[in-house]
Design a protein around this ligand. Structure first.
Ligand code: NAP
Length: 246
């Protein structure tokens, strides 16, 4: 099965590194024009340059998804270039045990991981609905399904993204816009680099496939859900955790 997204435009948030970078490269490899967005402009420019130097189409976009003007920024992006595929990928952690968690850690994680998806998606789907074609792919997490000690804020944001995904899928399915979530397990990126060797070893023993995932493991799933061939899939959560939680 060849995925061909030639003529489609994708916006990938958090495309400056890790999973978002892999998603941007993979979608560009299927022929899509990819708008690579994050706060660090040098890094998104690097990702966009990697894509264009291998013959793909990409643009770097400096975007803080928590900024007050995020809706206006998205509106002006869409005016220049309608978006067919939206990947809400940018996310943060700020872990602590519940009893010690500061309100700011709760607010910043919910604001980045959840509120931004509300604001950005609301602007983007308007055009998708009019065009009668669209794909929204939300990067949730396996801990949104399983829970995880030390991550009540993060797990709550990722569980909420799943409710958001399912509800929006029901609302706009009749307009041929699909909305799905991916629940990655533990993936080798900056987000998981802080883990001690001991924690990593114990984690691997709990994963059926006995390894952490790679950013590409997630990127392939995104490319599939974005494809024409996945047009009858909506409101689902694709578990890409190597069998960590089934
Ligand atoms: P990462 O390496 O820490 O990258 C996070 C990305 O989000 C960066 O590109 C960062 O770019 C961007 N970002 C953060 N805050 C932002 C903001 N306010 N505005 C715009 N961009 C922002 O994380 P990752 O591991 O690739 O994770 C990507 C997604 O997968 C996240 O939603 C994460 O929760 C989810 N996930 C990860 C794992 C894992 O094991 N790694 C597991 C499950 C789910 P800038 O700093 O340049 O803005």
């Amino acid at each position: 099965m060849k995925i061909d997204l030639t003529g489609r435009t994708a916006l990938v948030t958090g495309a400056s590194r890790g999973i978002g970078e892999a998603i941007a490269l993979r979608l560009a490899g299927t022929g899509a024009l990819v708008l690579c967005a994050a706060r660090n402009i040098e890094q998104v420019e690097r990702v966009a340059a990697t894509i264009t130097s291998s013959g793909g189409n990409a643009r770097a976009v400096q975007l803080d998804i928590t900024s007050e003007d995020v809706r206006d920024r998205i509106k002006s992006l869409i005016e220049q270039q309608p978006i067919d595929i939206l990947v809400n990928n940018a996310g943060i952690t700020d872990d602590d045990l519940f009893i010690r968690m500061k309100p700011e850690a709760w607010t910043s994680v919910l604001r980045t991981n959840l509120d931004s998806a509300f604001h950005i998606t609301q602007e983007v789907v308007k055009k998708m609905i009019r065009a009668r074609w669209g794909r929204v792919i939300n990067i949730s997490s396996i801990v949104g399904l399983s829970g995880n000690p030390g991550q009540v804020n993060y797990a709550a944001s990722k569980a909420a993204l799943i409710g958001f995904t399912k509800s929006l899928a029901l609302e706009i399915g009749s307009r041929n816009v699909t909305v799905n979530a991916i629940a990655p397990g533990f993936i080798q990126t900056a987000m998981t680099d802080a883990m001690t060797d001991e924690a990593r070893k114990s984690l691997k023993s709990r994963i059926a496939l006995h390894r952490l995932g790679t950013p590409d493991d997630i990127a392939y799933s995104v490319a599939f859900l974005a494809s024409e061939q996945a047009g009858y899939i909506t409101g689902t959560v694709l578990n890409v955790s190597g069998g960590l939680y089934t």
